[in-house]
Write a protein that binds this ligand. Structure first.
Ligand code: GTP
Ligand code: MG
Length: 895
């Protein structure tokens, strides 16, 4: 309802606008004629109106329906339509203006909102223009009459045309006020407008639609082939011969052609021939319907609420009408047919199969046809009158050739790389492209080369406009109700229904889109949910696996805990009953446990094992040491953790010393040690532990800890421990002799010795602790004692390396223990291997020197008398030289 009312207002407002404009122009012309106005020195008034205003004046002053000359007052122009910038009302309005014509303000308000397009459409329907229907000729005259109109809309042209023909009285005045031509020398830039148009046209491309119409069998399809196939269609395009014999439906085929960047979409519409049936009435109807349907399509596309930027143009721009080569005159069917078409399309008549006529017959036939066309007032396509004289000349030639006499052929002759279409007869050949034989070439270049754009223009500006006008006029109702015209109602209805249709279409499309989106959304959500569910299941499975693993671990730990508890209980019980047998039993349980712990995955546990392995070895049997602890220590020595390895290397010497011959080894000739003896031994051990820093290197017990279980030392050895070194040596030798000391394999696992002899290298490779070598040197006498002098050669090199070590901290324990080592070795071994070291220590730093000096007496005792004497001389030297500055030497010497 709203839109209907709105449209109605537009129509009435348009008329009002015209009237208002008319009045305004009238007022202006009258005002100019008034002497008092001319004498007014108001140049600004004229200037303010300017040329643009004048042109608007010209355009609209003819449409004034009533000359309201009685009033000189300026009509009120709706400010919404004429902005102050385009039309300024006179700035000085003497005499005071009379009241404006009574215009309903409400209706004027509505003028500003509709677009220019709708207003023009409505103007078409206004009573002023109702009977306006342009012909080709009128259009031509409208184009040639004024250059100004070239770029204006059709409506402007029509109005201008009418202005030219009707307004003779005002011509003079208008010429005075016509825009002056001013040549601009400076470069404003609009000189490039043609280039811009050219670029735009190239970008958009062109569309051209050609139709062939005529009676059946006149060679229409053959002509299409002839016209374009040679150059435009490819080889793969089937000729009419191969396609079909007779065209039975309206057949349209398009091809996009490109020539030097210019794109042309060429559509050829082949129609079925007519005239071969008994009743030929309305045989033109299918063709008319087809042409109209294309206009309809275009109109619909153009008047959509939402229009495309480019509307595909399928309107027929040119219709070649094929005339039967009778040689007499136009047939009545052709006349009727052309009359039906000439208001719809550009008709170009063509004489088909002109090869069947002689030149003279053809000339006469053409004349006769043109006569008939003139007589019957058939409107053919009129050639344009261009400014360019060359084009005009060409068009003159083409005009003289109308109707074009053509020959078509499907036979292509290839001659000297040139394809020509010919018709062959018994008496010779007709070359369709030979201008002496037919007007084929002229027709083709007339259409394509010269007038293609004009054909399109005429179609758009005349035929389509006529169609559009008729179409929109057809909505006009003839009935009147209460004196009011209902013409707008039908348009409004139509527009309403169109908008409704479009709305429904859009709603349907939106519905479909929303349904599609809903579906996509649903499927995506389902997919996501499924994935989430899968992830959840996976997580649950993983959680279950972890739970089972933890459970197993807990069970394992619990088992170990119980095992440990058992061992601890047994241990505690054994502690309370310290009998040797029970202790052995408990050790037999405990030692394998240590072995397990040595393989523990945590390096800290293994390191602790390495640290405690020596005390454990001290209290367990040789068998356990050999079979259980030794493999454990070897394993720890090869451990991948350098901390574990270092700890193992540190205890290696101590551990080896536990293999020194014991009571267990010589059970046969030893008596069992009673508690009292153990006590004695303990006291002795404690004593040895309490010895001061200087003494610790002197006592063998320091290097070799107490072997509580095995009680390595026999009674005699213990008793004589404080006796002279010679006696101790004797007893040690005896011990070693008793236990088959010759065989190293009986003393200790040989791998342990290998590790020990490579201690320095191992220490360097571990790269952590530097005190390993120091510890090795410290435990060296104990190891030597364990191996006995029979196996001295195995560790001799190591001893020399210790003695040559760069660190005095390594050399010092050797210096302190040199005498003990001398007591273990034979005199020869001492003199050969130890004396050179003794000599070197003699010249060493004070810390080392003091070591040998403090046990000098015990060392010298071991030596032969002759050798001993040489060392006494050295001692004299030592006391003379070095004692001067160090009282400790004197002190030691005195001791
Ligand atoms: N002599 C002569 N014969 C022609 C010429 N052009 C076509 N023909 C012949 O005329 C016959 C009909 O040709 P078509 O091209 O099928 O004619 P049409 O107008 O398309 O026929 P319909 O499809 O029935 O309307 C064919 O045998 C063509 O070889 C011509 O210029 N001269
Ligand atoms: Mg055909």
């Amino acid at each position: 309802m709203f839109i209907g009312g709105h449209e109605k207002n537009i129509i009435s407002d348009s008329i009002l606008l015209q009237e208002t404009l008319g009045k305004y122009i009238q007022w202006r012309s009258k005002r100019r004629a008034e002497p008092y106005l001319r004498s007014t020195p108001s140049t600004t008034t004229t200037n303010s109106i300017g040329p643009k205003n004048d042109s608007i004046t010209h355009r609209y002053n003819d449409i004034t329906p009533n000359d309201n000359s009685s009033s000189l007052s300026p009509p009120v122009i709706p400010s919404s339509v004429m902005s102050p910038s385009s039309i300024s009302p006179p700035s000085i309005p003497p005499p005071p203006p009379p009241p404006p014509p009574s215009l309903p303000l409400s209706s004027l308000k509505n003028i500003k909102s509709p677009s220019y397009r709708i207003t023009v459409d409505d103007l078409h329907q206004s009573p002023l223009l109702q009977n306006l229907s342009l012909t080709n000729g009128e259009y031509r005259s409208s184009i040639s009459s004024s250059n100004i109109n070239k770029n204006n809309s059709t409506l402007s042209k029509l109005i201008e045309n009418r202005r030219e023909s009707d307004a003779n009285s005002t011509n003079k005045e208008q010429q005075q006020t016509a825009p002056r031509i001013r040549e601009i020398t400076s470069n404003v830039g609009f000189v490039s407008l043609p280039d811009q148009v050219h670029r735009r046209a190239i970008k958009k491309g062109f569309e051209f639609n050609l139709m062939v119409v005529g009676q059946s069998g006149l060679g229409k399809s053959t002509f299409i082939n002839t016209l374009f196939q040679t150059e435009l269609y490819g080889q793969d395009f089937p000729s009419t011969v191969h396609r079909k014999k007779k065209t039975v439906t309206i057949d349209s085929s398009s091809i996009i052609l490109k020539e030097k960047g210019v794109q042309l979409r060429l559509t050829i519409v082949d129609t079925p021939g007519f005239g071969d049936s008994v009743d030929n009435s309305n045989c033109w109807q299918p063709i008319i319907d087809y042409i109209d349907s294309k206009y309809e399509e275009y109109l619909n596309a153009e008047s959509r609420v939402i229009r495309k930027t480019h509307i595909v143009d399928n309107r027929i721009h040119c219709c070649l009408y094929f005339i039967t080569p009778t040689g007499h005159s136009l047939q009545s069917l052709d006349i009727e047919f052309m009359k039906r078409l000439h208001d719809r399309v550009n008709i170009i008549p063509v004489i088909a199969k002109s090869d069947t006529l002689t030149s003279e017959e053809l000339r006469l036939f053409k004349k006769s046809i043109m006569q008939d066309i003139t007589n019957e007032k058939i409107k053919l396509y009129e050639f344009p009158d261009y400014n360019n004289s060359d084009e005009n000349k060409l068009n003159k030639i083409y005009k003289d050739k109308v109707p074009f006499a053509v020959v078509g052929s499907n036979f292509v002759l290839e001659r000297a790389n040139k394809r020509t279409r010919i018709r062959q007869y018994a008496w010779g050949t007709v070359d369709v492209e030979d201008e002496a034989h037919s007007d084929f070439i002229a027709l083709r270049s007339m259409i394509i080369k010269t007038n293609l754009n004009d054909l399109r223009d005429v179609t758009h500006n005349i035929h389509y406009e006529n169609y559009r006008y008729k179409k929109l006029s057809s909505f006009h109702g003839n009935e009147s109700k209460n004196g009011k015209t209902l013409q707008t109602t039908s348009i409004n209805k139509n527009l309403l229904s169109q908008i409704d249709d479009e709305r429904m279409e859009t709603e349907e499309r939106l519905d479909k889109m929303s349904r599609d989106m809903e579906n996509v959304y649903q499927s995506k959500v389902e997919e996501k949910l499924q994935k989430l569910e899968e992830n959840k299941q996976n997580l649950l499975r993983t959680q279950e696996t972890f739970r089972l693993n933890i459970q197993q671990e807990e069970e394992k730990i619990e088992r170990k805990r119980l095992e440990f508890e058992n061992i601890r209980r047994q241990w505690e019980e054994n502690l309370n009953k310290p009998s040797f047998n029970d202790q052995n039993i408990s050790l037999s349980i405990f030692v394998p446990c240590i072995s397990n712990l040595c393989s523990d995955p945590f390096w800290g546990v293994r390191k602790s094992c390495a640290e405690v392995i020596h005390p454990v070895a001290q209290v367990c049997s040789k068998e356990s040491r050999w079979n259980i602890l030794s493999p454990c220590l070897i394993q720890l020595l090869q451990d991948q953790s350098r901390w574990v390895k270092t700890a193992a290397l540190r205890v290696l010497g101590y551990f080896i010393s536990t293999f020194a011959q014991s009571n267990e080894d010589k059970k046969s000739n030893s008596t069992k040690i009673d508690d009292e003896q153990i006590d004695d031994l303990s006291i002795q051990v404690e004593k040895s532990i309490k010895i001061n820093e200087e003494d610790q290197f002197n006592d063998f017990n320091y290097w070799r800890g107490p072997l509580l279980t095995n009680v390595d030392f026999d009674q005699e050895f213990i008793e004589n421990s404080n006796q002279s070194s010679a006696t101790r040596k004797q007893s040690l030798l005896e011990v070693s002799r008793t236990y088959d000391a010759d065989d190293i394999h009986n003393i200790l696992p040989i791998e342990l010795l290998d590790f020990y002899t490579s201690l320095i290298e191992q220490s360097h490779s571990s790269g952590v602790e530097t005190d390993i070598v120091h510890q090795g040197a410290h435990t060296f006498p104990a190891v030597a004692l364990t191996l006995t002098n029979k196996n001295w050669h195995l560790i001799r090199d190591l001893h020399r390396k210790f003695a040559e070590d760069v660190q005095w901290k390594v050399r010092r324990p050797l210096a302190y223990s040199l005498h003990a080592l001398a007591e273990i070795l034979t005199v020869e071994q001492v003199e050969e291997d130890l004396c050179p070291i003794f000599d070197s220590f003699f010249r060493d730093v004070d810390e080392v020197k003091i070591g040998i000096l403090s046990n000098l007496a015990r060392f010298l005792k071991v030596l032969q008398l002759s050798t001993r004497r040489t060392y006494l001389d050295k001692l004299t030297y030592l006391t003379c030289v070095d004692n001067q500055r160090n009282w400790r030497f004197r002190y030691e010497s005195a001791k």
